[in-house]
Structure formats: structure tokens, C-alpha cells
Write a protein that binds this ligand. Structure first.
Ligand SMILES: [Zn+2]
Length: 234
């Protein structure tokens, strides 16, 4: 879906308005120059509200309010399912709808878009840092995921592994989709469509699982974002 505002950044200034988690205002992080201009890029057909929501989650964590992230993500996941239940689809229609989304014919769910935002930023920021610091992207990505997984002790190992498996799948399939970041982003947009399916195979309920996987993926973006924002300060 193309943003009617041209760019998702026009949906907020440098802060996001009052946060539903704490009532405060979290400033965009890291600096705008390090972000994809969502809405300008032709390959982006995602819902701008879901992108903004994902950016807000990152901003809250970077602003010293990681406790806002879980409620922000939970609102997103539960409202998706509330909207779906109002569509009153039967079991067959629901299965068809899911198949169309997974194959890329229909737009992703809001939470799948948020996952896409977290993981594509992780990839982009890791690659910026790798180029500037002269390290390989693989090395940087490995250290980002290791650090983030080690720090995220409140998230179950199963959910952390699920987040990592979606990222790894995209990296492995990227060469079939094109060169460099283009290929990665395109492989990632298919990989993120597996969030719902994956969440139903893990223990526990799918909503808790999706929130946990999103939190783990958000931590990757935080770690990679911390690396690029360090570049700006030297
Ligand atoms: Zn907040």
C-alpha cells in the first residue's frame, strides 16, 4: 500500500505524538539520515501506519523506555486479529486469505510489516556499519544477533530462535532475489510473511509468540542502530 502522504516520515515530525505505553514522546532514532525513506522507495508497498508503529517501538527502546515496547506491539497484534474476526470469514475463506498473504499476493499483516521493518533495518544498518568499519557484513550481523539474543533474557529461547531463523532464511535466499540489499529486502519480505505460521507452531498462544518474536527482532534493530549511531558521533 502506498502512503497517501508520500513518505511515512510525514506521518510524524521528529517524535511520534504521545506514546500509548507511557504517555511521553519518543524521538525518532537513530537520526533520519540512517533510515530508509519509506514511501519514497518504489519497492515499498507496505502499510505506512504499521511502519510508523515499528519505528515508534524502536524509538521508545532507544529513549530509555523499553517497557513501552511490549504494549505497543501487543496492541498491534491484537487489533489485527480483532479486525480479522469482524470480517466473519469461514474456515475455508480464512485459509485462502492466509495462503494469498504468504505467497505475496495480498499485503502482509501489520505485525509482519513491523517484523519486516525491524529486520530490514537490522540488515541495512549492519551493512552501513560493515562498509564504514571495513568489516564483513556477515561478521557484523553475527555479532549483532549474538549480542541481542544474549541481552534479551526475558524472551524465551524458542521465540528468539524463531526471530533468528526468519532473518537467516532471508539472508540465505537473498541471492535468488537480486544483488546486495535489494535481494535481501525482497527475500525478507517473503520470510516475514511466515511470522503468523511460525507463531502457531511454537508452544503457547500465537499472540504471545508473535509479540515475543517481534521483541527479539526489535532488539536486533536496536543493536544495529546503536552501531550506526556511533558512526555519527565520531
Ligand atoms: Zn512510551
Amino acid at each position: 500500500m502506498r502512503s497517501p502522504y508520500g513518505s511515512v516520515f510525514k506521518l510524524f515530525a521528529d517524535t511520534f505524538g504521545s506514546c500509548p505505553g507511557c504517555g511521553g514522546n519518543h524521538p525518532l532514532w537513530p537520526e533520519r539520515k540512517y533510515h530508509v525513506d519509506w514511501g519514497e522507495s518504489e519497492s515499498i508497498e507496505h502499510d505506512p501506519d504499521s511502519i510508523r508503529h515499528a519505528l515508534e517501538v524502536l524509538a521508545a527502546a532507544a529513549n530509555g523506555s523499553p517497557q513501552c515496547n511490549e504494549p505497543l506491539l501487543r496492541i498491534m497484534v491484537t487489533s489485527t486479529y480483532e479486525a480479522m474476526s469482524q470480517m466473519r470469514m469461514g474456515a475455508w475463506a480464512r485459509r485462502q486469505y492466509r495462503k494469498r498473504r504468504q505467497s505475496g499476493q495480498d499485503p502482509m499483516l501489520a505485525q509482519e510489516t513491523a517484523l519486516y521493518v525491524f529486520l530490514s533495518m537490522t540488515l541495512m544498518w549492519s551493512s552501513i556499519y560493515a562498509t564504514t568499519s571495513g568489516q564483513g557484513v556477515d561478521k557484523v550481523l553475527e555479532s549483532v544477533t549474538e549480542q541481542a539474543n544474549a541481552a534479551a533474557t526475558s524472551i524465551s529461547q524458542e521465540r528468539r530462535q524463531a526471530a533468528e531463523s526468519l532473518l537467516v532464511a532471508a539472508v540465505q535466499q537473498a541471492p535468488e532475489h537480486g544483488e546486495d540489499l535489494e535481494g535481501l529486502f525482497s527475500a525478507l519480505s517473503l520470510s516475514c510473511r511466515m511470522l503468523e505460521k511460525l507463531s502457531m507452531h511454537l508452544q503457547g498462544n500465537k499472540i504471545d509468540n508473535q509479540v515475543g518474536i517481534l521483541l527479539a527482532a526489535g532488539n536486533y534493530a536496536l543493536c544495529a542502530g546503536a552501531l550506526v549511531s556511533r558512526l555519527g558521533s565520531v
